[in-house]
Design a protein. Structure first.
Length: 132
């Protein structure tokens, strides 16, 4: 469902619209997370960018995409299914971060920071699923 977002002003003379998922804090946090993942992958050696890096980007993208798609579903069952897929995608990022540390491609500190963000996203998604 789209709603007017008048505080954002206008776009091409028309009111700017915002989707319901764009109002979710978990969506914003997931966008911040994917931005950090994209930056991380850009700095990986080429041989890792197209394997582990690509897989990590896909998993992180799946978080935000499934939040967006799920928010538009009318049935509670469908909505919950998409949010659960988003949760599983967030969990999928954890082992890849561990592998990056074991391959000496990121520091323990960076892994911990990204892992904490991922756990925070998982907790928010869990609460979102429970609220359906």
């Amino acid at each position: 469902m789209c709603k007017a977002k008048t505080e954002m002003g206008t776009w091409n003379g028309k009111e700017e619209y915002v989707f319901d998922f764009e109002r979710l804090k978990v969506y914003d946090k997931s966008l911040e997370f994917i931005h950090k993942i994209f930056s991380l992958v850009k700095d990986l050696p080429r041989e890792y960018q197209f394997s582990l890096g690509d897989q990590l980007k896909r998993a992180a993208l799946s978080i935000v995409n499934n939040i967006a798609e799920g928010s538009g579903k009318l049935s509670k069952k469908e909505k919950s299914q998409f949010y659960r897929t988003s949760l599983n995608s967030a969990r999928e990022c954890i082992p890849m971060l561990t592998i990056l540390v074991k391959e000496n491609l990121i520091s323990d500190t960076e892994k911990i920071r990204l892992r904490e963000e991922c756990i925070y996203i998982c907790n928010m998604l869990g609460k979102l699923i429970a609220s359906i």
